[in-house]
Design a protein around this ligand. Structure first.
Ligand SMILES: NC(=O)c1ccc[n+]([C@@H]2O[C@H](COP(=O)([O-])OP(=O)(O)OC[C@H]3O[C@@H](n4cnc5c(N)ncnc54)[C@H](OP(=O)(O)O)[C@@H]3O)[C@@H](O)[C@H]2O)c1
Length: 366
């Protein structure tokens, strides 16, 4: 689908937090996007006033651009603005990728005027704020109107989930729809890039090691999964009632979160039935033809040594969740278990946010 098919001009966007891990992914994905044109870059006062390439250059001269795609020269030359002073009258949409404290201050100011699609957790748990996962809960878009009314904003805030919630909720959704879910238990092995760069993970702490605790992460995954898998009834979002239990760990992997998931289903299902519902999931959403959507939202592998973060995180251009090792679980009622890999900075952050924005454009909400 192209803007001319949608009969529209390109939508002018600002990327806030443009110098960070998720912000760089936004720029890498927006360099030649058919719907969106980046017209403003913003970050903290530390970067403000510098050309983007200069803001990425450390005191030692190192150019801290981390994406595999080269930095587009047009972005390299753009001046970074102070996010606290950014004037929203110059653009139609904000992609925001700042830490939660900064998001709490900045995002409402932008949302008074324009939609804000955010990777931060600041507003995820508020009753009138949807947390979209492409293809999973787009019917929650009804909350956008509720939020606008409640807050008197022309725009709105819609965050994407925590990068660890992404793969879990994506794979639980087809199981919930087909078999019902009684409980879900998950242990993550999360990549270092998920911690961002301020302060990020110290090499000396993570090499040759596993860190068994990521502050606030488990609560986020549990709460967000229930909200995302909740039902939209009578202009209200009813969170899913089944319990979710998470243990989140950090491992010495660059990108791509791995999760071992155990699910008790409402009714028994065979391994083949489970694989079939994973494989079929997302066909309706795919039929919309949105530019960032992968061919399949969930890829299923029968290789018992997959998925692996190094080999599977880029499936579907980093937008597919890869599931393998689907087995029956003898310890849970109607139990099944599997391992998934999901790319934390692509579907789990910037590119997932861009796909949400594409959907909202398609629906006329942006
Ligand atoms: N990394 C991931 O895989 C991932 C996945 C999902 C969600 N997220 C979420 O995305 C957000 C950004 O994470 P990240 O990993 O990209 O962090 P990061 O690498 O540390 O980058 C933080 C960005 O925020 C800017 N910033 C810091 N304080 C600011 C302020 N007061 N005002 C305006 N801008 C400010 C920084 O600008 P300067 O360079 O000028 O300091 C930088 O551009 C977080 O909320 C995180 O939880 C990250």
């Amino acid at each position: 689908m192209t803007p001319s098919q949608l009969n529209m001009r390109k939508i002018k966007v600002a990327v806030v937090g443009a110098t960070g891990v998720a912000g760089q992914q936004f720029l890498a994905s927006l360099a030649s996007h058919p719907f969106f044109e980046v017209v403003a870059l913003a970050a903290s006062a530390r970067s403000a006033g510098k050309a983007y390439a200069e803001a990425l250059t450390s005191d030692t001269g190192a150019r801290q651009w981390f994406d595999a795609e080269p930095l587009a020269p047009a972005f390299a030359r753009m001046k970074v603005q102070d996010a606290g002073r950014l004037d929203p009258s110059g653009f139609d949409l904000v992609f925001a990728a700042v830490e939660s404290d900064a998001a709490r201050e900045l995002e409402p100011r932008f949302a008074q005027a324009v939609p804000v699609i955010s990777t931060a957790s600041a507003f995820r748990y508020e009753d009138d704020v949807p947390i979209f996962i492409p293809g999973v809960n787009m019917e929650h878009a009804g909350l956008i109107e509720v939020q606008r009314r409640n807050r008197g904003w022309r725009g709105f805030i819609t965050p994407v989930p925590n990068c660890t919630t992404m793969g879990l909720a994506m794979t639980l959704k087809p199981l919930l729809a087909a078999f019902g879910v009684r409980q879900a238990i998950m242990t993550s092995m999360q990549a270092c890039s998920g911690a961002g760069r301020t302060p990020g993970v110290m090499g000396l702490d993570i090499l040759d090691n596993v860190i068994p605790y990521i502050p606030k992460e488990e609560e986020k995954v549990q709460r967000e999964t229930q909200k995302i898998l909740g039902q939209w009834v009578q202009n209200r979002l009813e969170p899913a009632a089944f319990p979710v239990s998470a243990t989140c760990t950090r491992v010495p992997v660059l990108d791509g979160h791995t999760e071992a998931v155990y699910v008790s289903l409402d009714r028994p299902a065979s391994v083949e039935e489970v694989k079939a519902v994973f494989r079929q999931f997302g066909a309706d959403f795919g039929a919309l033809g949105l530019p960032s959507n992968p061919v399949r939202l969930i890829e299923v592998t029968d290789d018992p040594f997959r998925p692996q973060p190094r080999r599977d995180r880029d499936n579907g251009n980093g937008m597919a969740t890869t599931v393998g090792r689907v087995r029956l679980d003898p310890a849970l009622a109607n139990g099944i278990k599997y391992v998934l890999v999901s790319h934390n900075t692509r579907m789990g952050a910037a590119k997932g946010a861009i796909l949400v924005a594409e959907y909202l454009v398609h629906q006329g909400l942006i």
